[in-house]
Design a binder for this molecule. Structure first.
Ligand code: HEM
Length: 430
């Protein structure tokens, strides 16, 4: 896939724009420089958002039939809508996520995170491993979203499974069997959404009363359930993992010399959960001196743009508050810029403030493993244990990711097992 192992490629030299073939041989124009990514995002006439939700691996007829059996339709509503209806749909969603409504969630969210951190601290104190993805970050954003936007009455686990299936179905390289299985999963939940769109309150009711068709209501809810919670739980996991390797930043947080909001911004810059986002050239044009034919998929490498030396003096270093730190494009830009940015920032700020102390003196038993995906990082677990309690070293395998110890002052690489082996359960304690 284009960005398999993007952590390794992100700091390698790249041209400003490059035509790269994907796993199926389809050419994409990959844009790496901050100024050019911005230019594309700011020009929705030349570079339209219509392909934002197109499947990277086109769906075979059998999978399309499964989706059709669930009356699955995804008309342009938000991210992939370049039509006249976009501003109004966006305004209704933005209202539900108004900064005042978001800020009002802080006390409730802080209480919830504190209780979870207390439980995790007790587990770590007892020498047990703790999974900060499963037990802290995975469902938090969904619980907050449910308070802001009425959601279908479905179990949290079912929504998470559906959202991750959708991210895989639309953004991963897949074989036909997997596409079929994912289409069945996504289609089933789509039926739940369709029923809710017809009768539900909150955002669904507001979209209905503004005269939007059932398909549009379903489309908006579908995107929110994916973009409005998976992204943030991924970000929280990646940011906490990054902070295990940043003892000076944690010390600054403890001492009050490092600002939580600056940590969140530097996290968004260096560990964005959305690595790339797409546009499509509407006309023959040029970008960075390169000819771009109409219809060409344009892959905006948001993660790379955040490390552009033209924007930040120390691009690869986690330095909260450094000049240019907040100019990342993790939330996109222009007419489609993320409407949940305020909410994501609040959630991350609460989690960093409350959970960073958990990371002192721990060993990372299981770093987040991210599957092959054009756009989303989708970490699956992040397991830590107090360094003193770690007795067995993880099973080693070729190409190992190091297991990381995070003492107060330094990060040592200990014996390692690869991320892939970790995913297969090869790391002790998982
Ligand atoms: C760290 C977390 C998040 C990241 C990195 C993120 C990133 C993005 C990006 C890159 C886009 C596309 C922007 C563009 O095309 O210019 C986007 C759009 C969007 N995001 Fe987020 N997002 C996050 C969290 C959220 C949350 C919490 C919500 C809502 C609860 C949300 C709702 C949306 C919506 C509705 C759009 C489409 C906006 C439009 O097309 O008008 N996102 N987001």
């Amino acid at each position: 896939m284009l960005f398999r192992g993007w952590e390794e490629t992100v700091d390698r030299p790249w041209p400003d724009v490059a035509t790269v073939a994907d796993h199926l041989g389809v050419p994409h124009l990959v844009v790496t420089r901050h100024a050019l990514v911005r230019q594309v995002l700011a020009d929705p006439v030349t570079f339209r958002p219509d392909n934002a939700l197109d499947a990277v691996t086109p769906l075979p007829v059998a999978a399309l039939r499964v989706l059709a059996g669930h009356r699955f339709r995804l008309p342009p509503t938000l991210a992939n809508n370049s039509g006249a209806s976009h501003p109004e749909i966006r305004a209704i969603v933005a209202d539900a996520l108004h900064p005042d409504r978001v800020a009002a969630q802080r006390p409730w969210l802080t209480g919830l995170v504190r209780r979870r951190v207390a439980g995790l601290t007790a587990a770590l104190d007892a020498g047990e491993p703790a999974d900060l993805y499963a037990d802290l970050a995975a469902d938090l954003p969904l619980l907050v979203l449910a308070r802001l936007v009425e959601l279908p009455d479905a179990p949290v686990g079912a929504v998470k499974d559906f959202a991750r299936a959708a991210l895989e179905l639309f953004w991963a390289p897949l074989d036909a069997d997997r596409q079929l299985a994912l289409a069945a999963q996504v289609g089933r939940f789509h039926t739940v959404l369709r029923d809710f769109a017809a009768t539900g309150g909150g955002l669904a009711a507001r979209l209905r009363s503004a005269g939007h068709s059932p398909d549009v209501v379903v489309g908006a809810l579908f995107f929110l359930l994916v973009a409005g919670q998976e992204t943030t739980s991924q970000f929280l996991t990646l940011l906490l993992h990054r902070l295990t390797a940043e003892p000076a930043v944690r010390a600054g947080l403890r001492a009050g010399t490092v600002d939580v909001a600056d940590v969140v911004e530097e996290g968004l810059r260096l560990e964005p959960p959305i690595v790339t986002w797409r546009r499509v050239a509407a006309v023959d044009t040029t970008l960075g001196g390169t000819a771009v034919p109409a219809g060409r998929s344009v892959v905006l490498w948001l993660a790379r743009a955040g490390r552009d030396p033209a924007v930040v003096p120390a691009p690869a270093e986690f330095r909260p508050g450094q000049r240019g730190s907040r100019r990342h494009l993790a939330f996109g830009a222009g007419a489609h810029r993320c409407v949940g940015a305020q909410l994501a920032r609040l959630e991350a700020a609460v989690v960093v403030a409350e959970a960073a102390p958990l990371l002192d003196g721990v060993t990372v038993l299981r770093p987040p493993w991210c599957p092959d995906n054009l756009t989303f990082r989708m970490p699956d677990a992040f397991v830590i244990q107090r360094a003193a309690a770690v007795t067995a070293k993880p099973v080693e395998a070729a190409g190992a990711e190091p297991v990381e110890a995070t003492g107060a002052g330094s990060v040592e690489a200990a014996a390692g097992g690869p991320a892939e082996a970790a995913a297969a359960g090869a790391v002790a304690g998982t």
